[in-house]
Design a protein around this ligand. Sequence first.
Ligand code: GLA
Length: 377
Amino acid sequence: MTDTSILHQEFLNRFGVDGMAYAAPGRINLIGEHTDYNGGFVFPGAVDKGITAVIKPNGTTVVNLYAIDLRQGCTFDISDPAGPSTTHFRYVYGVVRELMAAGLDVMGFNAVYGGDVPLGAGMSSSAALECCFAFALNDIFNGQIDKMSLARIGQATEHKYVGVKCGIMDQFASMHGREGALMRLDCRSGEYQYFPWHPKGYRLVLVNSCVKHELVGSPYNDRRASCEHVAQLAGVETLRDCTWEKLEALKAHINDEDYRRARYVLGEVDRVLAVSAALERDDYDTVGQQMYLTHDGLSRDYEVSCPEIDFLVDEARRMGVTGARIMGGGFGGCTINLVKDSLYDRFLDEVQHSYRSRFGIDCQPIPVIIGDGARKI
Ligand code: GLA
């Protein structure tokens, strides 16, 4: 997390007083990709990286933001119906507007913030930003909004102010994260459970392909539209409620692309349950196998991978890594790898070397440390 003393100092320099510090993390996801908006299960955990903000109300209706990493500021009035045009600042503007719509008495404030989630890595830097401000403003302006509703405010911000029709996983994880635990969320019912994550003899590591993943304006929304189309034809609310039999019966009436999208989703719902059961018996081989199956589905059926990421997963497979797959929305970003301790250093050395030889760019290993969710510091 960004050093809060730097943020406090910058805040003091700009506004002449000090403010309160809040943080919210990015996330990883063990398994359950593109299942959230299909009413299925996800298995995320918060990470030790995120957004940290120093904030203080200023007694006006004006919001003054300063993003320390971008060295860029933005000012808007909370009553402005349009808001800033820069996507980055629209996340904060959207959160403010959605909190107001939820009945919170938001007033103007000053904020300085920064983050250490690599951008475009599929680790949900945008959810971290939304959740940091949603959590902080609810606290500062004496709101009683619960964490799940705050997560939904972050999600609504993506939908209405940025144009990404995302599911709830990222904001859920950023709000509810707990150090040392993954969470299984049933996105249909909203029920969730914590799973302590201390896999003996294994480690999780991300490999950032450094191919920028960007969901704004991406085919992410097309994937969702395909799923909704098939669900509608199947007469169910979401694909979570579509059986394999129903899907096969529909096969002749839908195009091949929609069929493959739905086939991936049905398989992924099953795989999260298989992983949950495997974790109960510390069966990491099964966890890993399911991760590879997820990757195959995301690459071939859901078509959200890219050559660089496929290469990273193939390399993991070739070296005997227990499990590997693309993580997050797709179209670049990171792979998540479940690696035996004994293979860990060799895997990272070799994969970095072979990636550089193949693509002429460096990939970036990011060890996974499961941290806490949104909080006051
Ligand atoms: C992005 C979205 C999430 C989820 C993942 C894919 O991270 O924000 O809601 O759909 O992609 O699992």
